[in-house]
Each structure stands twice: as C-alpha cells, then as structure tokens.
Design a protein around this ligand. Structure first.
Ligand code: ADP
Ligand code: MG
Length: 481
C-alpha cells in the first residue's frame, strides 16, 4: 500500500484557447474548423520569404477581454517574439509568441470546490499563433500535414503551481471553458481542439517548501481525461518516490484507451529557442482608454450574475448555477423576468422544458425571443391553474414555438383548459373509482399511497384537464366518505 497521505500534489495548468476571430493572428486566412486540408494557407501562413505579417486587432481585443474577466493587469506595451524551433508543422521555422511580455499578467479564476470557493492564481495569459497539424494515421508510409490551423490565434492561460487535486483541476478547466464561451472569444470545443490543456504535475512531502520535479502531460482533449491523467500521474509519481526512483522532468502523453500516461520525451530545462522580437511586427501600445472601453463593454460575468440572481430573485443555489452555465440561457432568463414576477416558475421552465425543447430540436435561444410574450402567457396560465404543467410544457409549448400564437387560444381550441368545475371532476373520480374497486378497498384498509395511482388515472382520463388541487380534495373526501 502506498502512503499517499505523506505527499502533496502540485499542479499547474496551461490552457490553449483558439480565439474565435474570423481570420488568423497575422493574416487574412480564414480560421474555421473542418475545411479541406491546406485551403486556408496564404503565403504568410506558409512563411514564404518576403511576406509581411500584420496583427489582428480583434485577437488582441479578445485576449484583453479574458484578462479583464480574470482580473489580470493588462500590459500597455507589447511586442511579439519569435520562438525558433524546427518542426514539420511549423512552416516558418519559428512560432510568433509573446516571450517576456504577456498581454495579461496575474489574475485569478475562482472555482466552487468541495471545500468552498477557491481562487486559482494565474501567472499570465499571452497571445501566440497555433501550429499546423501533422496527421499520422491517414497514410501507412507518410506523415501528412495540414497547415489550415497554422497561424490561428491562441491565448495561453497559465496558472501558478497552485492546484492540489485532480478534482480542482477539473473544476478549473470547466470554469475557464465556461468563461471563454461566456465572453464569446472561443467556442470551447475540446474535441475539435479549440481548447487544449497541458497539465504539469509534481509531488512533494507535505510541508516541504520546495516543489518537486514536474512532468507535463500533453494532448488532453477532454476535461474528463485531464482529471484521469492527473489522478494517474499523482499516483505514479508517489509510487516512484516511495520506491526510491528519481523523477526526471518529462513530457508525457495520455493514453485514453487505458487511462494511463506514457513518456514522449525527457525535457531539458533549458530549451534554446533563441527568442528575439519579431522584426516584421511593430510593437504595440494599448492606451488606458482603449482598455477601459473593452472593460466597459464586458458582459456581467457568471459570478457577478449569480449574486444578482440570488438577491433579486431569491432562487435556490442549484437553479442559479444551472442558469449561469451559458450566457444565452442567463440572458433569456433575464428577459423572461422582465415580463413576469413568477421568478421561480420561470427558472423551472428554463431548466426543464425550455432546455429540453432546444436540445431535442437542436436550436438556440435566439429563436425563442419572438415567442417570449407567449411563453410568459403560457407560464402564467399554469400558475393560475388554467393549464396542467405537463400539457403546457409539452404539447402547448412546442405548438406556440413552432407557429407563433396565443397559448390561451390554442389551449381553448384544443380543449385543454383545466377545469375546477366540481361536477366535471367528480364525474371523472366516479369513473376511475368504479374501474378500480379492489384498489379502493385497499386504500380504505390503509394503503394511502394509492392516492397517487387514482390521481394518475384521473389525469389520464381527463387528459390533464382536472385541476390537481381540486381533484385531490374531492378524491380524498370521496374515499373517506
Ligand atoms: P514551460 O513553458 O516550460 O512549460 P512554465 O514555467 O511556463 O514552463 O510553466 C508551465 C506550467 O507549469 C505553469 O502552469 C506552472 O505553474 C507549472 N509548474 C511549474 N513548475 C511546477 C512544478 N514543480 N510542479 C507543478 N507545476 C509546475
Ligand atoms: Mg509548458
């Protein structure tokens, strides 16, 4: 048995997020995923001699947005450097990156961990260009290269070595993905590689002020795999320590087939990239006014919005967390609550039927705005007891979305309006009780749970029209008489 308790894991994460700009970081080539190979490749992307790059201002703006959202300091003076190395997917022979001058310095991302709110400290967020893609599995004899991705703008979000568990790393990456999507600067799609994470992991004896030797696990293409890789590495490193094997600094890769990692190369600390400022790109200065304007245009961030939802609408924490997962969802909730004061009911509708409907139909919130007044009217019909919730959220909801129309008219026309008429309800009760004399007997002998069965049958018989409150009262009276 390993004595895990003696040790503390230390984790630092590097997340690469592809910025959702239409064009690349230094030229006008398109950035979209899934195009035919080598179709978004101008001479600039391919690094032909004599070509001149030009910085994409949108990418700079997106990086600043992320920095401000994380409370970073934004560097006013910036330049790009060349990081020189040879690799087949790097057509220029160097990557343009920010070496010693990241555009965003410090900052933090807060996560809601098992032991409460934690601030994960950031070291920096810098801009750089992506490389092309080597494809090893299409030809048995050759490696193929697709340069479409080369030059796509990335931000690299680097934490301090301040995480201590796979679980916290999982929550942190989830939070970062939520944030970039919220800001609209990256689609966060890990399967397509828009968001990629490298995990640096070391272990040390608890209380030891010095960090242990780290390994870096690359190619983590899902948040679940990040967690698995870290869990595996922590255990492996502790095992090495316990058995007296020296840990060497390594770059490793995750094998998703058996949830393990394997070494790709031993990493020398002093890679000589011969950094120097790119002479083709002018250094750029960001004015305070420019940064302030970006800050002023930032949307409310999830954590700020959570406080508002608690204060203004007094929703349960679960609802608040759910509504603040996606900006489009939060925005639509806020739009609903401008039109109705049934705040909790609106939250239930959002998390339940509205979400389900959009999932099933593969559509987004933008197509619901037109129907918003009708959705509010529908919600209020349920609140007033005019419509049964399951009828309202199923049949009526999809009808008023598919063809804009008043839910009252629709429900009336289709004879769905719930009735409180005791005569009508008593008739249904009578019928159901007559159909189940044995159950009535059991109920009278004390099996009170059967009330649910009767209610269900009445609901079916009345096609959801029997008002549940009145029905329960009448049914109980009838059964005890
Ligand atoms: P590189 O660019 O060579 O990967 P950095 O110094 O930029 O190196 O660090 C990368 C990441 O590794 C950062 O997130 C940092 O917090 C983390 N890190 C550095 N040292 C350790 C360590 N001993 N244990 C765990 N993480 C570490
Ligand atoms: Mg690294």
């Amino acid at each position: 048995m390993l004595d895990m308790g003696k040790y503390e894991a230390v984790i630092g994460l590097e997340i690469h997020a592809q910025l959702a700009t239409a064009t690349k970081l230094f030229c006008g080539d398109a950035t979209g995923f899934g195009a035919d190979p080598n179709t978004h490749v101008s001479p600039i992307t391919l690094g032909h001699p004599g070509t001149l790059p030009k910085t994409n201002v949108k990418a700079v703006e997106y990086a600043i947005k992320m920095g401000l959202a994380c409370g970073c300091t934004i560097a006013e003076d910036n330049y790009f450097a060349r990081k020189n190395y040879f690799y087949p997917d790097l057509p220029k022979g160097y990557q343009i990156s920010q070496h010693t001058t990241p555009i965003c310095v410090g900052g933090q991302v807060s996560i809601n961990s098992l032991s409460g709110l934690k601030n994960i400290e950031l070291n920096r967020i810098h801009l750089e260009e992506d490389a092309g893609k080597s494809i090893h599995d299409l030809s048995p004899t050759h490696t193929l290269i697709d340069f479409n991705r080369a030059g796509t703008p990335l931000i690299e979000i680097v934490t301090e070595p301040c995480l201590h568990s796979a679980e916290d790393a999982f929550l942190y990456v989830t939070e970062v993905r939520k944030l970039v999507r919220w800001l609209g600067i990256c689609d966060g799609n890990m399967e397509e590689g828009s968001l990629r994470c490298d995990a640096n992991i070391s272990v040390k004896l608890k209380g030891d002020p010095n960090l242990g030797t780290r390994v870096e696990v690359k190619n983590l293409n899902s948040i679940r795999n990040i967690k698995k890789a870290i869990e595996y590495e922590i255990e492996r490193l502790i095992y090495l320590k316990e058995t007296g094997v020296d840990i060497i600094q390594q770059t490793r890769s995750f094998d998703a087939n058996n949830d393990t990692t394997f070494s790709i190369r031993d990493k020398e600390d002093a890679n000589d990239y011969r950094y120097f400022p790119d002479p083709d790109l002018a250094p750029f200065h960001l004015t305070k006014a420019y940064i302030a304007a970006i800050k002023a245009a930032l949307p409310s961030l999830p954590n700020e919005l959570k406080i508002v939802l608690k204060k203004t609408y007094d929703l349960p924490d679960y609802d608040i967390d759910q509504l603040c997962e996606h900006k489009e969802e939060a925005d639509f909730y806020l739009a609903l609550t401008k039109e109705t004061t049934h705040y909790k009911a609106a939250a239930n509708w959002m998390i339940g039927p509205i979400r389900a409907y959009l999932n099933e139909t593969g559509t987004g919130y933008e197509m619901l705005y037109e129907a918003l007044p009708n959705i509010v009217a529908l919600m209020e019909m349920v609140e007033k007891g005019q419509l049964n919730f399951s009828v309202a959220s199923g049949k009526v909801f999809s009808a008023i979305i598919q063809a804009p129309q008043s839910p009252i008219e629709y429900a009336t026309k289709h004879n769905l309006i719930q009735t409180q008429s005791t005569d009508e309800i008593e008739k249904w009760i009578e019928e159901i009780l007559n159909e189940h004399p044995d159950k009535v007997l059991e109920y009278k002998k004390g099996k009170k749970g059967l009330i649910g069965l009767f209610m269900g049958e009445i609901k079916k018989k009345s096609q959801g029209k029997a008002d549940p409150k009145t029905t329960t009262q009448l049914l109980e009276k009838k059964l005890t008489s």
